[in-house]
Design a protein around this ligand. Structure first.
Ligand SMILES: Nc1nc2c(c(=O)[nH]1)N[C@H]1C(S)=C(S)[C@@H](COP(=O)(O)O)O[C@H]1N2
Ligand SMILES: [Mo]
Length: 320
């Protein structure tokens, strides 16, 4: 038997793009996979690459983020926070193959004219997609710059026709222990599920707030929250909820998951703010993925002009 321990194309992950490795795998399979035994680390790598097969999307480019240096797809899809899979940032990329982003329906409900369900197909055929390059800042002080593809959340809000009681929008991630291994652990899971997030209505209507269906020219990687996630670029990353199945219009401020877990450390607003430290670390600086040196954190993550007005009467030390 032909035992292949370390194929010549097996090089360290930061030296190649996923696509090129994937093509190599196809060539390799043509050699006759049945005669070959792969080491487990290679298998792991291959399954991770399988998962990042994504469909191309049609979209228009925009001037958002012009001049920013983008992180690579590889960086954005192998360093993830997605607790439904794992606490470890390298794990979602290896585990997310269990998520089935199609078919996928989203419930639109609560204080609106008439509740309804909308499928991903309907969403993709209803709204023109745009690419927006945004800064993304996790509360843990790492950051990245990603070309998201999506459309303003305000489109869905207009479609939903909220009534006068609708003051907040509540988002919920899929609950399905078959697709999310950590949900199968019940009370021994990493966090309580399903993951919930919320925005005030003016924040939800802000033009910067998008529902994202893609990244780097194609549909979202599963580990990035396929098939639909929120992106709120002036807020810490935990607000950008992944794999959304419900959008509910509510009267009272929703209790978002991280606020529920630890209200002293994580608030509802979670606006990026270099002047208000996390109780356990400074927020003044951040490390961009792939950079050795830290950089200054910008007020509202650099989107002050677009969003500061919404908070002008609020004490941002109190409303964390
Ligand atoms: N459902 C769900 N959404 C989530 C999370 C999660 O664990 N589960 N993590 C959040 C956090 S803390 C961050 S920083 C971002 C990470 O997004 P990324 O993996 O695409 O970088 O997703 C957010 N959305
Ligand atoms: Mo985060």
């Amino acid at each position: 038997m032909n035992i292949l321990k370390k194929p010549s194309w097996y090089i360290s992950e930061n030296e190649v793009t996923d696509e090129s490795l994937f093509d190599k795998r196809r060539d390799f399979l043509k050699l006759g996979a049945a005669t070959v035994v792969l080491t487990s680390s290679v298998m792991e790598k291959l399954s991770a690459i399988e998962m990042t097969k994504r469909d191309p999307l049609r979209f228009t480019k925009t001037s958002f983020g012009k001049g920013l240096e983008q992180n690579s797809f590889h960086q954005a899809s192998t360093y993830n926070n997605f607790y439904e899979f794992s606490l470890k940032k390298s794990e979602p990329a290896k585990l997310a193959h269990t998520l089935k982003p199609s078919p996928w329906d989203i419930e639109i409900k609560g204080e609106i004219e008439k509740p309804f369900t909308i499928s991903m197909e309907e969403i993709l055929s209803s709204y023109p997609l745009e690419e927006r390059v945004y800064r993304f800042r996790c509360v843990e002080a790492w950051a990245m710059v990603v070309p998201w593809i999506g459309f303003p959340l305000s489109h869905i809000i207009k479609l939903a026709k909220p009534n006068s009681k609708a003051k907040y929008v509540k988002f919920t991630t899929l609950f399905d222990p078959k697709q999310f291994p950590d949900q199968a652990k019940g009370m021994f899971g990493n966090i309580p599920y399903p993951y919930v997030e919320g925005l005030r209505m003016d924040e939800a209507m802000n033009d910067l707030t998008i529902l994202s269906v893609g990244m780097y020219g194609k549909t979202l990687a599963k580990q990035s929250g396929a098939p639909l996630r929120l992106i709120v670029p002036w807020k810490y990353g935990f607000k950008s909820i992944k794999s959304i199945v419900s959008i509910e219009f509510v009267e009272n401020q929703p209790i978002n998951t991280w606020n529920d877990i630890n209200p002293k450390e994580y608030g509802f607003y979670a606006n990026v703010n270099p002047n208000v430290d996390h109780p356990r670390w400074s927020q003044a600086r951040e490390r961009k993925l792939g950079s050795f040196f830290k950089q200054r954190t910008l007020m509202f993550n650099g989107y002050e002009k677009e969003v500061a007005g919404m908070y002008k009467d609020m004490d941002l030390r109190k409303f964390i």
